[in-house]
Design a protein around this ligand. Sequence first.
Ligand code: EPU
Length: 417
Amino acid sequence: MDSIVIHGGLPLRGKVAVSGAKNAALPILAATLLASGRHLIHNVPAVQDVKTISKLLTTLGARVTELGGGDVEVDTTGVERFQAPYELVKTMRASVLVLGPLLGRLGKARVSLPGGCAIGARPIDQHLKGLQALGARVELKGGDVSVSGRKLKGTHVYLDMPTVTGTANIMMAAVLAEGETVIDNAACEPEVETLAAALNAMGAGIKGAGTDRIEITGVRTLHGSEFTVIPDRIEAGTLLVAGAISGGEVHVTRCVPENLKAVTAKLREAGLPVEEGDREMRVTGSRPLRAVDIKTAPHPGFATDMQAQLMALMSVSEGVSVITETVFENRFMHVAELKRMGADISVVGNTARVKGVARLSGAPVMATDLRASASLVLAGLVAEGETTVSRVYHLDRGYEGLEKKLAALGARIWRLK
Ligand code: EPU
């Protein structure tokens, strides 16, 4: 199993380009199932989760060809299977994203229930509620969820919480339904907005994505498409924190500053100058860092996917920061590992109290989920001595060569195979 070794203490300097967004690429690749034909998707990140969804699409009968340089061709002409196997779903919860498209295209879909994961129980009741409202029959049997219905009808769906993949699934199923569908309290994440744009490029009629009310006018057919995945706002945020925590100056290119407003606001509150340009941002890692409070929330609130990284930053700030996680009930596994490095953090319920310390010290630590891994790498950049982050397969699920990008900025970091 690979691990990452970091010798902390060097300020990072230079320019780094952001890859395509994992959480946009996954639903867009799943969406190709809806429209028989050839799709050319650009800026697809080379991360493990993308490999997993590609394998899933292949299992369902699609042909997926990596053309290099982030270009992926998906030919969905031969899709006729409708079952996502347990082996794949258990490695990646986002496999559930094929439910909506398969239902829309084939009138049926069967996916192993994803179950809980390290960051929480993560049920899919809202996905199923929406599909049912569109007229699908939902059955739970043998650990699988089956949805079926050849004639879906437009409807009104109100989501109890603005679930990201739930909104995506319902939107995808509704595209080929008869008539109008309205999703209220929809997720407003940029990844939902770009999925809608990708579906529209296939011939769908979606309006309002990116707001909490999405309107979908059903169409009869869809076609092959060409689409470019948006830059990964979480990778961009992680790289900004890398510049900030190391006390250097990092210029992040190929990003969308608009999608990082909450992170930028918190970095500025902490006393870090952040400049925004057209598709670029620059952070200067000035000291002292002020402790700031953070509360995660659905977009445009502070992204839960940036919580662990900001906690690493806050652990070397001056003062006490209160970090509240409201999206997932169990997303503090990085706390125990940060404490091994000398961080002073206590957790009560969904709130972490982070008292900044003057220095962290390198230690062997273990990654437990994707963003937790990123926070440990960030802490390693500022820690004295050597940090070894094990179980980096979590990191590889969602970051394209993070250690290489950080090394190019001057970090002493390498991978042990
Ligand atoms: N929820 C329900 N019922 C549902 C759906 C969600 O109770 O039917 C709850 C969840 O348990 C959670 C909250 O609603 O407490 C929000 O979950 P959401 O459904 O929005 O999360 P998701 O769609 O499963 C996506 C990202 C996550 C990201 C969250 C929140 C993808 C593939 N995954 O997950 O990304 O944290 O939205 O923004 O888009 C990551 O990249 O590290 C990651 C975990």
